[in-house]
Design a protein around this ligand. Structure first.
Ligand code: SF4
Ligand code: SF4
Length: 490
């Protein structure tokens, strides 16, 4: 049998579909397991109590998750130019983002950033499958915190399963109450952390601790706390399985070169238990490297058996990789019976990402988005100007034979400093401005500034002429905005 083929009894083959697999099945064999058929560490109550696992990938995952959690709580306490680094001030309609102030008018920039992030995620998925889910997704990070708390209070996965089955006693009530109390505290802290992106963090925590927070602020903190408690404490993998759209469509981005957590069925099958140092008998009895210890299943947070092939429930956390490597070490076998491998890795086929249309397509999309964001940021003005004509009358004639048009200028200082602006009206014809040309605006301030433009009736042709208002930063003339409008005369 060629090395690239999968053995007939390999779990990578979905026997229930047909004896003659379609080309799609040959490339990405997916076996859909319902929660009933999943062979994980489910208890009769439906909870999955997975074993804690140590190993290289778990260290990496813990490090990434810890970094995410530390950043989540710490970012609102970082100040840049005296302002919170990230603050979405909805009441003032200002968004502070690392020294840049964004206004609702800048939403196109935010949209570009989100689109670029989405394509970045797709790009990474082409290489590494669902690493986002396993290593950086907040749902996974918070679930692992909650499981960590649960393990400290209720013990190992076996003890937790026994506690589930045990009838209610003083000890069970004590453990469960302590666990839920700690889950509740973690949830409240998370609620505060989330709201601190909308309300200055230093004020928020003090107000919450002293009970001085407003009704709405307190309600929102509780709302997010309850969501966290339910998500990370109760729903856990159900969120990934039933609510997250990414788990449903991520397989579309996979190709034969995508490295994802995979069981090497050709090497592992036929699986079977054995004693250590039974190598000779093992080979004679045609057993593969899988000793059927079931550890890969017991450590799986979504309760699946990766030996059944690629499944959408797999969040690529690598726990089964570490567990299996531990077993392989004990039996003195090569590591990576389960590992981050692509279909081509299993077949021993060499490949180049440069020939992958997905790699090139997503990569090009990310680069284009970054260029668009750069151009958008570069062309962003720090002044906002909106010219509105007086709707009551097109023009007025004065006693001294002049024509007047009036306008309302909405000028906003989009920076976080007080600014002085020079107002001017530009045209080839002799127009003059009846208003103070110097305007001082505080940080973020917007004014409605009424101005009148005047012209000699004999010096301008009749009908509509175009004029241009401009507002220039006195100290920084490169910061200038202008807008054209019409001037009417009889
Ligand atoms: S199959 Fe392995 S990588 Fe996938 S979720 Fe389960 S333990 Fe994590
Ligand atoms: S951990 Fe490895 S050896 Fe044990 S059952 Fe899973 S695949 Fe087989």
């Amino acid at each position: 049998m060629p090395k690239s083929e999968v053995t007939p009894n390999s779990p990578r083959v979905n026997k229930s579909v047909s004896a003659k697999p379609s080309p799609v099945e040959l490339h990405i064999p997916i076996k859909i397991l319902s929660s009933e058929t999943a062979t994980g560490s489910n208890t009769p109550s439906g909870n999955i109590h997975f074993r804690e696992q140590k190993g290289d990938f778990q260290r990496l995952r813990t490090m990434m998750n810890s970094l995410l959690i530390v950043l989540f709580f710490a970012l609102p306490f970082i100040s840049i130019d005296g302002r919170q680094a990230i603050l979405l001030d909805i009441s003032q309609q200002q968004f502070f983002f690392f020294g840049i102030t964004l206004w609702p008018q800048d939403f196109t920039l935010l949209a570009w950033i989100f689109i670029a992030a989405a394509f970045g995620l797709f790009f990474i998925t082409v290489f590494w499958g669902r690493v986002w889910c396993g290593y950086l997704c907040p749902q996974t990070a918070w679930t692992f915190i909650y499981v960590w708390i649960e393990t400290r209070i209720e013990g190992s996965s076996n003890k937790r399963k026994q506690l589930d089955k045990a009838s209610w006693s003083g000890s069970k009530i004590g453990k469960r109450s302590t666990k839920h109390l700690l889950w509740g505290l973690a949830a409240l802290l998370t609620g505060c952390g989330f709201i601190s992106y909308f309300i200055p963090a230093r004020e928020l925590y003090i107000d919450i601790l002293t009970g001085n927070a407003s009704f709405w602020v307190t309600s929102w903190v509780w709302f997010f706390a309850i969501c966290t408690y339910l998500n990370a404490g109760w729903m856990r993998e159900q969120m990934c399985l039933h609510c997250c759209p990414y788990s449903r469509f991520q397989a579309v981005m996979f190709d034969a070169n995508t490295k994802t957590v995979t069981y090497d069925a050709q090497r592992g099958e036929s699986r079977g238990p054995r004693k250590r140092k039974q190598e000779t008998n093992l080979r004679e009895s045609n057993l593969g490297d899988c000793v059927d210890c079931n550890l890969c299943v017991e450590v799986c947070p979504t309760g699946i058996d990766i030996r059944n092939g690629l499944q959408y429930e797999c969040i690529n956390c690598g726990a089964c990789v570490d567990a299996c490597n531990e077993t392989m070490l004990k039996f003195d076998y090569k590591p990576n019976l389960i590992g981050y491998m692509s279909e081509n890795d299993l077949k021993g086929v060499s490949y180049s990402y440069w020939r992958s249309p997905r790699f090139l397509g997503y990569g090009a999309a990310v680069v284009i988005m970054l260029i668009v964001i750069g151009l958008d940021l570069n062309s962003r003005s720090e002044i906002q100007l909106n010219v509105i004509r007086d709707r009551q009358s097109l023009y007025r004639e004065t006693a001294d034979n002049k024509i007047e048009n009036t306008y309302q200028l909405k000028i906003r200082n989009k920076t976080q400093d007080t600014k002085q602006y020079q107002l001017a009206v530009d045209s080839e014809m002799p127009f003059s401005l009846i208003a103070d040309p110097i305007i001082t605006l505080a940080a973020g301030e917007q004014v409605d500034y009424p101005v009148t433009v005047l012209a000699d009736k004999d010096a301008i042709p009749s009908g509509r002429k175009m004029i241009q208002f401009s507002v220039t930063d006195v100290k920084q003339p490169s910061q200038q905005v202008s807008q054209e409008t019409g001037f009417f005369s009889p």
